[in-house]
Design a protein around this ligand. Structure first.
Ligand code: NDP
Ligand code: 8X3
Length: 279
């Protein structure tokens, strides 16, 4: 009797340990929004290297095609891409219906699509900039998450990674709406964690500081000189720094949820304090 019990207890413990250690992304399904550039494209390559099935969405399909080709070379189990505009509910729903073709479930969702448009005081802000930021960073995240949840809720250990920003933690001048939508992202992340409690789905926010991508070019509408000034005299984060963190968050054992990560370059001590060298 004692021996059977011991064996049973040992067997059960082994099973639990196995489940906790199974963190591999091999053959897991990973969907990244805004995968045509910056963090999203680099994240796709990193998940591909883990042997995942990667699913890429963004508006610039020719860019997605190029990222997809790289993902294949890097060892993705499979690669899928489709046009996606997170600012449009029909586009999001069409995308997720298409996604249900190759897979009935998702293991990782990275809500990354977004960015800043313009840098003005509230007094001088433009409707089109405000609307673009709310539609992509805020409503886009909501739409994509709503459409993807049915593919995740019966999949304990699956992970939602929302890309926030240091701007969502501390506001800065000329950044009202961008800071506001990234603060909203943090609030949505918390809400989701509460609503999904008990399903085994983890929800976390990954908040970068200054990172050199196409972000500043988009914010300043193609003005290279203004974009360069953002990173002048310091060594900013690069997309790879954030991609590594995405993979780390998604590869914790299923009982571990990384709620929040803030990553800044060493030169950025705080949103208003960056050390820059002058040449
Ligand atoms: P990039 O401009 O390099 O990439 C932005 C990506 O978002 C592109 O792939 C773009 O694709 C996509 N995107 C934008 N709008 C939409 C849309 N309506 N529908 C679908 N895709 C969209 O910038 P980053 O990689 O730096 O930005 C990624 C995320 O990180 C953003 O949410 C940004 O706010 C955030 N962030 C950036 C920081 C930085 O300093 N770089 C710091 C903190 C956070 P396409 O144009 O092809 O649709
Ligand atoms: C991007 C970082 O500081 O330019 O989210 O807003 S910052």
């Amino acid at each position: 009797m004692g021996a059977v019990e011991k064996k049973f207890t040992f067997g059960r413990a082994t099973a639990i340990i196995d489940a906790r250690m199974n963190t591999s992304l091999k053959d897991k399904w990973v969907f990244i929004t805004g995968a045509s550039a910056g963090f999203g494209a680099e994240g796709a390559l990193h998940f591909a290297r883990e042997g995942a099935n990667v699913v890429l969405g963004a508006r610039r399909v020719e860019r997605l095609e190029a990222v997809a080709a790289e993902c294949e070379k890097e060892g993705a189990s499979s690669v899928h891409f489709h046009e996606l505009d997170v600012a449009c509910t029909d586009s999001v729903n069409t995308f997720v219906e298409w996604l249900k073709g190759p897979t009935p479930k998702l293991d990782v969702l990275v809500n990354n699509a977004g960015g800043a448009h313009g840098m003005d005081t509230v007094a001088e802000g433009k409707d089109e900039d405000w609307e673009a930021m709310v539609e992509s960073n805020f409503l886009g995240l909501m739409r994509v998450t709503r459409a993807c949840l049915p593919l995740m809720v019966e999949n304990p250990g699956s992970t939602i990674i929302n890309i926030g920003s240091i701007a969502g933690r501390v506001a800065y001048e000329y950044g009202s709406v961008y800071c506001g939508v990234k603060a909203a992202e943090k609030s949505i992340t918390q809400t989701l964690r509460l609503e999904l409690n008990g399903t085994g789905v983890r929800v976390g926010t990954l908040d970068p500081g200054l990172a050199e991508t196409e972000f500043a070019m988009v914010r300043f509408k193609g003005d290279q000189e203004k974009a360069d000034k953002v990173y002048e005299g310091l060594d900013p984060l690069v997309a790879e720094d954030i991609a590594e963190a995405m993979v780390w968050m998604a590869t914790r054992p299923p009982h571990v949820c990384i709620d929040e990560i803030l990553i800044k370059c060493t030169a950025q001590a705080a949103i208003h304090k960056t050390h820059r060298t002058t040449s």
